[in-house]
Design a protein around this ligand. Structure first.
Ligand SMILES: [Ca+2]
Ligand SMILES: [Ca+2]
Length: 292
């Protein structure tokens, strides 16, 4: 066996450029594995590029997990069974991670899973993380795209380096009962910038939040960070507890953007604006109205 391998090596030695091309491709080594409902995506110290589609109309069609991972320039992985948790660890290098939660079109496949735990560690390097929450619609196309009832716990750790994070939240969050841990909707999104000058943006559509616990929290970490939360139209909140919090931590941080909202029926809406220990500026505003 070893003799044959040696002779093959000798054979390709004349085609050096092709051999080097092959080696370069193999250096990108993202590994995707699945065990007991946990999907693990492990990068290396190169610039990994990973996209997770978490919806029923994943590219390539319906799968039991409703998940497809696209990585290393077009490789795909579709889990063979249901997935509860996704762990992403991209290590060093300037990595890119995209997470799409929801369907691009109303799906005929019925109700989605009601639970997702996502843990993303971007590692060292100047990384880019993006998350789009579009939600799920019914097949007839008459209902708004929504999440809930259920529990979605999404946490992004950007790590060392000058990182970028963007969230586009388009879905309505619809629980069916406020005081019931089964039927309430619980959406928790946390972004930790880590060291470096990080830029974080959260965009909210004019959606409805009802019977939900909903938290969006940004922490800048060390460095001069920019943290923006902004809405496009009124976010309507009812029978919910909502917190949009920003903590600049160390450095000269900027808190920016305007969120417009309307509160009704027993809703608590809190927002922490903490520019941190440096010479930060707070230009963030909230423009709201309450309806009895
Ligand atoms: Ca990496
Ligand atoms: Ca960082």
């Amino acid at each position: 066996m070893s003799i044959r391998r040696d002779s093959r090596k000798v054979g390709v030695r004349g085609c050096r450029p092709r051999l080097e091309g092959l080696e370069t491709r193999e250096l990108l080594a993202t590994r995707v594995t699945e065990l007991n409902g946990v999907l693990t995506i492990q990068g290396d110290n190169k610039a990994n590029q990973v996209t997770v589609y978490d919806g029923e109309d994943v590219p390539g069609g319906y799968s039991p997990s409703r998940i497809q991972v696209v990585y290393d320039g077009g490789k795909t992985y579709t889990p063979s069974g249901p997935i509860n948790s996704i762990n992403v660890n991209l290590l060093g290098g300037n990595d890119t991670f995209n997470y799409y939660l929801g369907d691009t079109q109303p799906s005929p496949y019925g109700l989605p899973d009601s639970m997702r735990t996502l843990r993303v560690s971007m590692g060292d390097g100047n990384d880019k993380a993006y998350s789009q929450i579009s939600g799920f619609g019914y097949g007839d196309g008459t209902s708004p795209s929504s999440l809930g009832p259920g529990r979605w716990d999404l946490r992004f750790d950007l790590g060392n380096g000058n990182d970028q994070f963007k969230l586009d939240e388009y879905a309505s969050l619809l629980g069916t009962s406020a005081n019931n841990t089964v039927n309430a909707n619980d959406v928790y999104i946390l972004v930790n910038g880590g060291a470096g000058n990080d830029n974080m943006v959260a965009n909210f559509a004019a959606a409805t939040v009802t019977n939900s616990y909903y938290d969006v929290v940004m922490r800048g970490g060390a460095g001069n960070d920019s943290m923006t939360m902004q809405s496009y139209g009124l976010v309507n909140m009812a029978n919910s507890t909502v917190n949009f919090d920003r903590y600049g931590d160390a450095g000269n941080n900027s808190l920016l953007g305007q969120v417009e909202y309307q509160l009704s029926s027993n809703t608590m809406f809190g927002h922490v604006l903490d520019s941190g220990s440096g010479n930060g500026k707070v230009k963030a505003t909230f423009k709201g109205q309450s309806r009895a």
